[in-house]
Write a protein that binds this ligand. Structure first.
Ligand code: NAI
Length: 332
């Protein structure tokens, strides 16, 4: 029995993400919550012939508390998306408060659920959730995840295009580490499961890295009214489905995700040493288990150029993380 909940379920990401979760036969209950339209989305999805029972709630009548009761996995795509010219950090003013309030609901009603944060800026909203949980005395770093899967999905797609074989896209795995915005997105292309063609390097490699780091901007520009929703729903469901499989006991599932490094003390400390930082959060390949984070993996052997990308990511990451932490200021 797995209850999955989507907060922000009526939105551009929320609706297709809820559809994809409804298609997961392991999900037996799907709870949808939004400040608008969630009951309608739920009524629509409820007619799909898969096991999950679907219910939708609005803010009135304790909707948040009702939807979160018994939740195992909570995915948060609530909040405003970027418009052309905006950075993810520009969303902080609005989304920080939304994520804080939703995290408060989770901390009080479903403190043992795994929380998957999609709302941007992820580098700040994940620390916000953690600080809210600390305030309520229910912080477990193993269960809070920043969803960076879209960066991984983009890397797989773009590498398959360079290899001239899109049929490889689903099997290509490229670890993407760091964070989830601009230069904090660090694809480790030297570790691609399918190596780039011999001689691929220099400005071609730089362009590929930029394509992955700023792929989101391409979508924002092309749409003019919002950011990636369908590819994000795909990526969000892919990550949520992995968390659910691990929850059910499947071993050996590894995925990059932005986590608090105390989630695995030994792994987290080793990673800090490896990249030369005292940051508390970083996106790294994480092994998932029944309690959330099982093991935080290291970076491994990387090129000089990749080391430089990580070094360039750290200052921005620090600013983003500090901003999220100080928004809540949980007592230490
Ligand atoms: P959207 O505007 O289409 O949907 C957001 C939904 O959140 C709306 O239905 C809105 O009613 C709802 N909402 C607002 N305040 C709420 C609250 N207090 N409680 C519950 N629901 C609330 O936006 P979209 O395109 O779905 O994007 C959502 C978020 O996901 C944005 O912050 C965006 O930047 C982020 N995003 C993250 C990505 C990632 O890789 N992690 C990729 C793309 C977008």
């Amino acid at each position: 029995m797995v209850k999955a909940v989507v907060l922000g379920a009526a939105g551009g990401i929320g609706q297709p993400l809820s559809l994809l979760l409804k298609l997961n036969p392991d999900v037996t209950e799907l709870g949808l919550y939004d400040i608008v339209n969630a009951p309608g989305v739920a009524a629509d999805l409820a007619h799909i012939a898969t096991p999950a029972k679907v219910e939708g709630y609005l803010k009135d009548d304790d909707g948040l508390q009702k939807v979160l009761t018994g939740a195992d996995v909570v995915v948060i795509p609530a909040g405003i998306p970027r418009k052309p010219g905006m950075s993810r950090d520009d969303l902080f003013k609005t989304n920080a408060g939304i994520v804080r309030d939703l995290a408060t609901g989770i901390a009080t009603t479903a403190p043992n659920a795994s929380v998957l944060v999609i709302s941007n800026p992820v580098n700040s909203t994940v620390p916000i959730v953690a600080e809210v949980f600390k305030k309520h005395g229910v912080f477990d770093p193993k269960r809070i995840f920043g969803v960076t899967t879209l960066d991984v999905v983009r890397a797989s797609t773009f590498v398959s295009e360079i290899l001239g074989d899109r049929s490889l896209a689903t099997s290509i795995a490229v670890p993407v580490v760091g964070g989830h915005s601009g230069v904090t997105i660090v694809p480790l292309l030297s570790q691609s499961s399918h190596p780039l063609p011999p001689g691929f390097g220099g400005s071609d490699l730089e362009a590929l890295v930029k394509h992955i780091q700023f792929g989101g901007d391409e979508v924002v520009k092309a749409k003019g009214t919002g950011s990636a929703t369908l590819s994000m729903a795909y990526a969000g469901a892919e990550f949520a489905n992995k968390v659910i499989l691990a929850l059910k006991g499947k071993k050996g599932i590894v995925a990059p995700t932005f986590v608090h490094l105390a989630a695995d003390k030994a792994g987290g400390e080793a990673l800090k040493k490896e990249i030369g930082t005292d940051l508390e959060y970083f996106s790294a390949p994480v092994e998932l288990g029944p309690n959330g984070v099982e093991k935080i993996g290291g970076i491994g052997k990387i090129t000089g150029a990749e080391k430089a990308l990580i070094a360039a990511a750290l200052p921005d990451l620090k600013v983003n993380i500090d901003k999220g932490v100080s928004f809540i200021e949980a007592p230490k």
